[in-house]
Design a binder for this molecule. Structure first.
Ligand SMILES: C[S@@+](CC[C@H](N)C(=O)[O-])C[C@H]1O[C@@H](n2cnc3c(N)ncnc32)[C@H](O)[C@@H]1O
Length: 279
């Protein structure tokens, strides 16, 4: 009945904030997805990350040793490589397994990386005016309500030095809309991301045209007990003008769009766009 009587069309963010990145068991299972070289689901594969890091180092930071704030840093795959190029990095993420992995890597390589386990909507980003670059990549900006995204960007701006840069990699409007118009689907698994026990996963997507928001809903049915656990996440769509307005509202000036995080069109990453702006 949990499934039969579900709301036919959920309101954006009404059934959940996002998939439970910060739940310890989920985070441990997600860490394996971040590190997998089989797919680009949670983080991209090493070769592409190295390409992105080169572009950030050469084009965004102009090769100058910099202080970098990596918001939603995951297991630190970008910050650890930026530190190896001479930058001092602070990464913030609320996934406990990701932060533990990032800290282990930083200790093993003695790199200049500090990791904070916390929610980027709530934690302090460090002293005002202390970073040359703040970044929020791999589409995560869209998963926040606009008011939250604005507050994160305002905090990021506050944490930047005068002339400091912000690097975003959000989704295109079309990509968010397309996700919301995907057909429902399902799979079974002995053990997977949403549960370590045998389960059935039902997935639905919705496009809320009026608010330009896609809603994802996952109903996870435990195979032994039939207990249904529901997860949901929503994604706000913005067109270029929408991103410009959001950034202007947060106090940034001079927005440049790039087709990917390495500056060139990338068919495998066409759902995303890179934005560089400054204080
Ligand atoms: C798609 S992953 C990208 C990870 C990393 N930036 C990368 O590209 O390898 C998004 C990350 O954002 C983190 N995240 C999402 N919402 C967050 C929040 N409110 N506070 C802190 N971290 C958050 C997740 O835990 C996850 O590690």
């Amino acid at each position: 009945m949990d499934i039969v009587q579900r709301t036919p069309m959920p309101e954006p963010w009404a059934e959940g904030e996002k998939i439970p990145w910060n739940e310890p068991g989920f985070s441990a299972r997600m860490l394996a997805e971040h590190l997998s070289q089989e797919h680009d689901a949670a983080s991209r594969r090493t070769e592409r990350i190295e390409q992105h890091v080169r572009w950030i180092h050469e084009q965004v930071l102009r090769g100058q040793p910099s202080r970098v704030l990596d918001l939603g840093c995951g297991p630190g795959l970008y910050s650890q490589r930026l530190a190896a190029l001479g930058h001092a990095c602070v990464g913030i993420d609320f996934g406990p397994a990701s932060i533990a992995y990032a800290r282990r890597q930083a200790a093993a390589s003695q790199s200049d990386c500090t990791y904070i386990e916390g929610d980027i909507r709530a934690v302090d980003y460090g002293p005002d005016g202390s970073y040359d670059l703040a970044m929020l990549i791999y589409g995560e900006l869209n998963v926040f309500r606009r008011a939250e995204a604005l507050s994160i960007l305002q905090k990021a701006r506050q944490s930047l030095k005068p002339g400091g840069r912000l690097l975003l990699e959000p989704h295109t409007f079309e990509a968010v809309q397309e996700e919301g118009q995907r057909p429902s689907t399902w799979y079974t698994s002995e053990a997977g991301l949403f549960s370590e026990r045998p389960h059935l996963a039902l997935y639905e997507a919705f496009w809320h045209a009026e608010q330009a928001v896609t809603i994802h809903r996952y109903s996870i049915v435990d195979a032994e007990t039939s207990v249904v656990t529901r997860y949901a996440s929503s994604m706000q769509a913005y067109n270029e003008e929408g991103y410009r307005r959001l950034l202007a509202d947060a106090g940034f000036e001079g927005v440049t769009f790039y087709p990917s995080l390495w500056g060139e069109p990338d068919p495998s990453q066409s759902a995303l766009v890179a934005i560089v702006t400054q204080t």
